[in-house]
Design a protein around this ligand. Structure first.
Ligand SMILES: Cc1ncc(COP(=O)(O)O)c(C=O)c1O
Length: 465
């Protein structure tokens, strides 16, 4: 029986296809589950960036992360253009590279003019190696090591100081040249998202307590080695409401006003990231423009009311830049039918390349990339191949009838998939390609078994004779 989807559409892929030019083009990339270049070609296969996903799998292997350059560039430009349109002051969009840190991704966003937010020595190294200007790198983290702080100082990037311990350490290790810092504060703003990805409520491990503001500003204003250029806050991730960021903007201007009372040259406000994306049909995030506009309006109004000059306004989205720009292609293998209960179909990856379902109970959608127009006749659970019952990528997915060898495409896997991936069960990490105008380039090589034991050491006494 053909399944009847609430939208009335009964074929596999087309209901997820992005809007075409004769339909509504006002959607941002974060509001569409598939990359903006997704099409169904004459072979009934999904095409992204002009490349047939089945051909990509033949060429680069499976599983495969497929990143659409146009989607990433379009989302980046939408952020920049929205700030230009709605903010009279200076602005800078940073890419939160925790979403997906690798050389090619950093290079793409930097080429559009974005800066990069990093949270570790490793992410800093990646951004620098990709050629990102240190003036546009901001280093976060609630427990940066001395080594990381020294690396950050040497690089010349801005350090987003998270706590008193870090502040004192910086004063101790600073040389003669003032260090550019921002202060991260916990705004105490609640938003409705998963507990693990909420960071702005007062009970958070990140940032200074705003009740410490006077002490903090008094301390920092006396440190000639610290050039405190700005204030930062991030309230959480995968947020669909707009009010929390309006509230945040208003609170941050109050902090700014207080800082000026201490003679601090604070001239930048960073409102963090957090804009959500569409993972499933019912997800209805605001567009990038709809997210940026109210933040700009609140900051302009609040600064005018407080008689403050407009600060440079920064934000640091991750998910809404890259989440929907990528899909993961898997190959379908075994299946198990449990009568009256469930049918499992298994793919050649799972929780190691996408730990979000098992970590956050995140929900994804999938299509069969080599039979995009076939009717949705099956309800199946898509399992990964890891030795863990919870290794389920999607429960109750609506798919056409599949067979081993079919290509399953899980959508919106650009953010927090590769970057949170592991080698659980000693599975090599998949390769990743970037696609644009019919061309595919490898951006991450598939790991080999040799890579898995590269760091292993076998003490002499354990070598089998
Ligand atoms: C400090 C900070 N900035 C930016 C981000 C990016 O958030 P998102 O990917 O939701 O835009 C995060 C993610 O949690 C974060 O912790």
């Amino acid at each position: 029986m053909v399944s009847t989807h609430p939208t009335g559409v009964q074929n596999s892929g087309s209901k997820y296809l992005p809007q075409t030019s004769n339909q509504n083009t006002n959607l941002s990339p974060n509001q569409q589950i598939l990359p903006i270049t997704a099409r169904i070609n004459s072979r009934d296969s999904l095409e992204i960036g002009g490349c047939d996903v089945t051909t990509l799998v033949q060429q680069f292997g499976s599983p495969l992360y497929i990143l659409d350059e146009d989607t990433l560039r379009t989302a980046s430009k939408q952020y920049q253009e929205s700030f230009k349109r709605y903010y009279k002051g200076e602005s800078q969009v940073l890419y939160a590279s925790k979403a997906w840190s690798c050389l090619a991704v950093c290079a793409i966003v930097a080429s559009v003019g974005l800066g990069i937010d990093v949270v570790s020595g490793g992410e800093l190294y990646t951004a620098q190696t990709a050629g990102v200007n240190p003036d546009k790198i901001y280093f976060h983290g609630n427990n940066k090591s001395r080594e990381e702080l020294n690396l950050a100082i040497q690089s010349g990037c801005t350090i987003v100081v998270d706590n008193w311990y870090e502040l004192h350490t910086l004063v101790e290790i600073a040389g003669n040249k003032p260090i550019r810092i921002m202060l991260r504060l916990t705004p105490g703003i609640e938003c409705h998202t998963h507990e693990y990805i909420r960071t702005g409520h007062l009970d958070s491990k990140f940032g200074f307590d705003p009740n410490d503001l006077d002490d903090l500003f008094a301390f920092v204003s006396k440190q000639s080695v610290l050039d405190c250029v700005g204030l930062h806050a991030h309230i959480g991730s995968q947020i669909f409401e707009r009010q929390p960021h309006r509230d945040l903007a208003a609170v941050m201007v109050q902090w700014l006003s207080k800082a000026s009372g201490y003679g601090l040259p604070v001239r930048e406000l960073n409102v963090g990231g957090g804009l959500g994306i569409q993972y499933i049909e019912s997800d209805d995030p605001p567009s990038i423009e709809e997210w940026v506009k109210p933040i700009c309006e609140v900051i302009e109004e609040a600064c005018a009311a407080a008689n403050l000059p407009l600060p440079k306004l920064l934000c640091e989205p991750g998910r809404s830049l890259i989440g929907t720009a990528c899909v993961t292609a898997y190959t379908i293998g075994s299946s198990k039918v449990i009568p009256e209960i469930r049918t499992y179909i298994t793919v050649d990856g799972g929780m190691a390349d996408n730990p979000r379902p098992i970590t956050y109970q995140s929900v994804y959608r999938a299509v069969v990339g080599n039979r995009m127009s076939e009717p949705l006749t099956e309800t199946v659970t898509i399992a990964g191949k890891h030795c863990e019952s919870g290794d389920i990528l999607i429960k109750n997915a609506q798919l056409p009838k599949t067979k081993p060898g079919d290509i399953l495409i899980v959508m919106a896997t650009g953010a927090y998939n590769y970057s949170m991936s592991s080698n659980y069960n000693r599975l090599p990490r998949p390769a990743a390609v970037v696609v644009v105008n019919g061309e595919a380039n490898l951006i991450l090589q598939r790991e080999a078994y040799q890579d898995l034991i590269k760091q292993d050491c076998l003490p002499q006494r354990l070598i089998q004779k």
